[in-house]
Write a protein that binds this ligand. Structure first.
Ligand code: CA
Length: 250
């Protein structure tokens, strides 16, 4: 089963030691994630991945346990559960709670997506999904419940470069750099894992659209713009036939 969810099985190199950013609700308080998933392999991958991103994870395998659960900040909810389906769990949780819910679905057609949202879910992720995408969505839904966005620890510092995901501000040696939305998204993505080579398709799917299959000139244009604006063309290296790597060698 687990091999159809390749993201946690090697195609994305998740190297926490290279990542200076961790997801915290507010100062040093990690996000508490309730994983509701009956597939052991998927649950294990999720738990390990989310823990590597600095989150505290609790796991249950049934809808009834999910409804009874307390003390968590966001629920990752599988739809196919042994007792109640995820939609019903979502409905019942919503009777008493506004806690953010992200549905994990293998049924990615539009009807189910809308249904998932109408049921009261805050977001959904279609399997197979990437850890980065999932973390980004958790960050987005938990940001809404934090007391102040400015209190979230979302700043990545690499050498002279500072990327603040909460305020979407970028500075180089203290000087603010004006970036477009997509330029920022691309920089944020590349700097999330400094030194790691990101494949072109992976970048396009994450930064632009998960189902984006157009020409890749857009990516090259944005890389060129970033190099120019940052004033350090060597920070983003093109790896021929693969993709791009962000690295500051001081
Ligand atoms: Ca399931």
């Amino acid at each position: 089963m687990s091999k159809i969810y390749p993201i946690f099985c090697g195609i994305t190199v998740w190297r926490p030691e290279l990542c200076t950013k961790r997801l915290f609700l507010y100062d040093n308080v990690s996000v508490r994630v309730l994983v509701v998933e009956d597939d052991k392999a998927i649950a294990t991958s999720l738990i390990l991945g989310l823990q590597s991103a600095g989150m505290t994870v609790t796991h249950v395998a049934t809808g009834a346990q999910a409804i009874a659960a307390t003390d968590f900040d966001v629920m990752l909810l599988d739809i196919g559960l042994p007792d109640l389906d995820g939609f019903e769990v979502c409905r019942q949780v919503r009777l008493t709670s506004r806690v953010p819910i992200i549905m994990l679905t293998a049924r990615a057609d539009e009807i189910d997506r809308v249904f998932g949202l109408e049921t009261g879910a805050d977001d959904y992720v279609a399997k197979p999904f990437g850890l980065r995408e999932l973390v980004a969505r958790i960050r987005a839904v938990t940001r809404r419940i934090t007391p102040q966005d400015s209190a979230i620890s979302t700043t990545t510092v690499i050498g002279d470069l500072t990327v603040d995901s909460a305020t979407r501000r970028v500075t180089v040696a203290g000087a603010e750099i004006e970036l477009t939305t997509k330029e920022f998204d691309l920089l944020e993505y590349l700097t999330n894992e400094p030194g790691v080579v990101h494949r072109r398709n992976e970048i396009l799917e994450t930064v632009w659209d998960t189902e984006w299959y157009g020409p890749t000139k857009t990516l090259d244009a944005h890389v060129a713009a970033l190099r120019k604006k940052l004033g350090h063309p060597d920070w983003i290296t093109a790896v021929r036939g693969v993709g791009f790597r962000f690295e500051i060698n001081s």
